[in-house]
Ligand binder design. Structure first.
Ligand code: DC
Length: 215
């Protein structure tokens, strides 16, 4: 079973994906981290992301360990990741890895911006996780404080707004809710409440699939 989750920054996709991965025992791919690692690599090597050959070799050189580092969460890398994510050569270079990850048995959970629309539109379960802008900004702000970083709420709010705009309006694979994705608004929910809703949706989908198979 492939579970595809999209949504804007701070909506709770990552938290939900990790809980689902633990609960179902499926591997999880945070595709935002792939874009962040790619952006960091471009910054470090002063490479040209518009060049398809450079984009491809950069993506190939990203080791999976790299997609966990704290240096991927800085403001600079966050904004750069949204910028380079608009470049078709970068998206094309990352696509194959994501598709292969999704299709490995027994299944996988992937979250990002274009998972339900471009990476695996054939996913069994498609979710669009969202929340009010101010709630998302407050969560990010709190996250930064918890990590001991100096942070200003208004700055975090502006950064999230900028990224929302960039991610929604780019021409290549913009963030949007797939027609057949189920929306979950997490504004007033705790992580376990969101998990419960997602598990209900998954179990409904499994029953539907079972009915089709037994016809
Ligand atoms: O999920 P995140 O905030 O870590 O993602 C960082 C950036 O990467 C985000 O602003 C847009 C880009 N991204 C994307 O374009 N497509 C994805 N599937 C995942 C992330």
């Amino acid at each position: 079973m492939i579970i595809a989750i999209d949504g804007p920054a701070g909506a709770g996709k990552g938290t939900l994906s990790k809980l689902l991965a633990d609960y179902l025992g499926y591997p999880y791919l945070d595709t935002g981290a792939l874009y962040r690692a790619t952006a960091l690599s471009f910054i470090k090597n002063a490479a040209d992301p518009e060049d398809p050959t450079v984009a491809k070799s950069t993506v190939e050189s990203i080791i999976i360990d790299m997609i966990d580092g704290d240096d991927l969460r800085t403001s600079e890398v966050t904004l750069a990741s949204s910028k380079i994510a608009a470049i078709p050569a970068v998206r094309a270079a990352l696509l194959d890895y994501q598709r292969k990850f999704a299709h490995r048995p027994p299944g996988a959970i992937l979250d990002g911006r274009d998972i339900t629309t471009v990476v695996v539109p054939e996913a069994n379960v498609k979710l669009f996780v969202t929340a009010l802008l101010e709630v998302r900004a407050l969560r990010r702000y709190q996250e930064l404080l918890d990590r001991g970083e100096v942070s200003i709420y208004d700055k975090v709010l502006t950064e999230i707004k900028t990224r929302d705009e960039q991610d929604k309006t780019r021409t290549s694979a913009p963030m949007r809710k797939a027609d057949d994705a189920i929306e979950i608004d997490t504004s007033y929910l705790k992580p376990l409440g969101v998990l419960r809703i997602a598990l209900n949706i998954i179990s409904r989908r499994q029953k539907e699939n079972f009915k089709i198979l037994s016809l």
